[in-house]
Design a protein around this ligand. Structure first.
Ligand code: 7RM
Length: 698
């Protein structure tokens, strides 16, 4: 456990660590500010090939005493237990679920292939619903649902079980069988978790496709999975507009021979074509179905779902998750990281179409009998305080969202949260990207009222569940660090040659042994699975594709995707640290950094910067920002070009797409924009850069 003396920082909960001159960094790659050599690089032999760690973040936040006193995890012993015998520890987590029959072995590992709880049988829907109802917990609210236009539905565990059973029977009646795949293309309405759980109940794997994806993306995902049925809605609401889901789906389906039936939920009530024999209304399908449905007994290693992620290039990968290990780990991580108590009102504000929604809106929370909130629409509709209004209304105690959202709240201003009583909140979470320290502090201060720990949780679609994270009752937090591997997780940071870089160094984030919720394969392409995740350092080492550094407390700092690392004057710099230095300036809400080839330094740094409301992107501001980066982390990182933009290209889950900005900065034609949430902004930025407007060059 960290124990750190108090210092004179303005934040009462903040403890600055003393002793090391460069907390969190080990040896600095350049001389300290104020020294005669400030900003001049000092050669660090050996480390040259590794990603350099420049950013110095010294604030440390100990768990508040009252939080620790009530927390599920109050001391370190869980780490020791898990280290001593990780299989026994995971088995202990698995025992919290209900199994129809117990497993024979905990883990069978033939690298890179692994089986967890082989021989055990269970059903995910039974674990999320029936067992709670059977234990007398049917009246507890499973979801408070709020539609974008303002309707409200309260769904108890008993309600959810009945609806899932009806729909599961309905799916069986149109021919869905154990082992089939079912595509789901819905917005954030209650029928989405219902559809997922109904599939799980009858042993069909679901493949949820983001409601925002185009007809083309939907078509490719349906065909890759060979899905038999598609579940969609007539439309979905987004910023007051109707997204024509069924119309998009119909467009895809002209080229989807595997689809036998389309089930459509009536949500918006618009007109759309209806194909007799193929199309069926959800409400008609469930109307006469019994509210009981025997759950299939699934093998632990049976497929639970596919979720497609667009790799950096080429065809999307169908990430395959199985039943026993996945459910074990999402339930355990959800309970221990979010410190779930019976009276919590938990809100993961992600989209269910993202893995975060699968694991931390649906499977984890329901397995733990948690009360959750689901909101259908946009955070700024009808105004920029919508989330705070909802949090206040339902007295949310836990909020889990993404850095991109937090940076948007920062840009909009503190007056929006200030209008609402957020005193029910006791814990905050972040996921999706590295959170810049200033965004972390903002979140902690203006949303958490300086009283809620912020858990920065690192994981991926492929990992299924959170792997690197604080445990809020015991972990001292450092803004910008995801802190430590979850108990039972063995991580490391390796250099190009596969050696551990040790504390203070940067390199490839890897996992050295399997965990229960690891993806078992890429659907239909096991070779690609082996190549992508186990191709670099051998089949016993999972390569996450992210850069990371570890500080002197062995805390992990995620540095962004390895592909985004830049080569400036022989130094490998992460985008994250430069972006964090920019966001540290009081005018900046968000920044994305890329490089373009340069004769002098190899690659020149170009920063795309979004300012907070009230500030202007002048030449003077550009100079100020360059200087700010130089002072904060060193002259080597000083951006060459600064381009002010109103927005940045993002994926649906809010990740900045630097690849596209790289195209813009290099004057190349734009690559694939189909997975963008906001395709129009790239065009705008492109046009702006071409015309020379809004940019400052040095
Ligand atoms: C859950 C999710 C995975 C990628 C991952 C990272 C980035 C996610 C964090 C993070 C730094 C975090 N699944 N990432 N969480 N980076 N700190 N807390 O996002 O498959 O959509 O993306 O997201 O690059 O590899 S994902």
């Amino acid at each position: 456990m960290l124990s750190s003396p108090r210092h004179g920082c303005k934040y009462p909960a903040c403890h600055l660590r003393h002793g090391a001159g460069w907390p969190g960094l080990g040896r600095p790659p350049y001389d300290a500010p104020g020294s005669p050599n400030e900003g001049v690089l000092v050669k660090v032999s050996d480390a040259e090939r590794n990603i350099e760690a420049l950013l110095s973040e010294e604030r440390v936040f100990e768990p508040p005493e009252d939080f620790r006193a009530r927390a599920i995890v109050r001391d370190d012993s869980i780490y020791e237990r898990a280290d001593a015998d990780h299989e026994a520890y995971w088995a202990e987590q698995a025992e919290r679920l209900s199994w129809f029959s117990r497993w024979d072995t905990v883990m069978e590992w033939t690298p890179p292939w692994v089986k967890w709880f082989a021989g055990g049988t269970l059903n995910a829907s039974y674990n999320c619903l029936d067992r709670h109802v059977e234990a007398g917990g049917g009246d507890k609210v499973a979801f408070h649902w709020e539609g974008e236009p303002g309707e409200e539905r309260t769904i108890t565990y008993a309600d959810l079980l009945q609806e899932v059973c009806r729909f599961a029977n309905g799916l069986r009646s149109i021919g869905v069988q154990k082992g089939d795949r079912v595509a789901i293309y819905l917005g954030m309405i209650p029928e989405l978790p219902v559809a997922m759980l109904a599939c799980a109940r009858i042993g069909a794997a679901h493949s949820v496709v983001f409601g925002g994806f185009s007809a083309e993306s939907l078509r490719d995902r349906i065909n890759d999975a060979d899905a038999k049925v598609l579940i969609t809605a007539d439309g979905g609401y987004r910023r007051g507009q109707v997204v024509p889901l069924k119309q998009n789906a119909d467009e895809s389906l002209t080229e989807c021979p595997s689809i036998e039936h389309v089930v459509t939920v009536r949500r918006t009530g618009g007109d759309h074509p209806f194909t007799p024999g193929r199309d069926v209304w959800y409400h008609e399908l469930v109307a006469d179905q019994p509210a009981v449905c025997e759950p299939e007994h699934m093998e632990a290693e049976d497929l639970l779902y596919l979720l497609y992620t667009s790799g950096t290039t080429g065809k999307p990968k169908g990430i395959a998750h199985t039943t026993g290990g996945y459910l074990t780990q999402v339930a355990a991580t959800h309970r221990l990281i979010f410190d779930i108590h019976d009276d919590d009102v938990y809100w993961c504000a992600a989209d269910i179409g993202w893995v975060t929604g699968h694991s931390y809106i649906v499977y984890g929370p329901l397995a733990n009998h948690t009360t959750g909130i689901i909101y259908e629409g946009a955070p700024d509709w009808p105004d920029k305080d919508r989330l705070w209004q909802i949090a206040e209304k339902y007295r949310a105690t836990i909020l889990y969202t993404a850095p991109t959202a937090i940076r948007a709240f920062m840009r909009w201003g503190t007056e929006y949260p200030a209008k609402h009583d957020l005193s029910s909140l006791r814990l905050l979470g972040s996921v999706g990207e590295p959170i810049n320290p200033e965004a972390w502090i903002w979140y902690w201060k203006y949303i958490g009222g300086e009283r809620c720990p912020v858990v920065d949780t690192w994981w991926q679609t492929e990992t299924g569940a959170i792997l690197i994270t604080p445990l809020p009752g015991i972990t001292a937090l450092k803004p910008g660090s995801a802190t430590l591997p979850f108990p039972g997780i063995l991580a490391d940071v390796l250099d190009e040659q596969g050696h551990s870089v040790g504390l203070g160094g940067g390199g490839y984030l890897v996992l050295k042994r399997p965990w229960p919720s690891i993806a078992r394969t890429i659907w239909g392409d096991p070779d690609r699975y082996v190549q992508t995740y186990f191709g670099k350092f051998g089949t016993d080492t999972y390569v996450a594709g992210d850069g990371a550094k570890r500080d002197e407390d062995a805390y992990y700092w995620l540095l962004g995707r390895i592909d985004d690392v830049m080569n400036v004057a022989g130094h490998r710099l992460s985008t994250y640290e430069i972006e964090s230095a920019l966001v540290d300036n009081q005018k900046v809400a968000e920044a994305a950094v890329v490089s373009r080839p340069d004769d002098l330094v190899g690659e020149a740094i170009v920063a795309f910067v979004t300012l907070k409301s009230g500030f202007e992107g002048t030449e003077g501001a550009a100079t100020e920002l360059r200087d700010h980066v130089a002072t904060k982390i060193g002259k080597i990182a000083r951006p060459h070009g600064i381009i002010f933009t109103n927005d940045l290209p993002k994926t649906r889950s809010g990740k900045i797409m630097r690849r596209l900005l790289r195209d813009v900065a290099r004057g190349r034609p734009l690559g694939d924009v189909t997975t963008l949430a906001n395709a129009e902004v790239v065009e705008q930025i492109h046009t702006m850069v071409e015309s020379g407007a809004g940019s400052g060059e040095e």
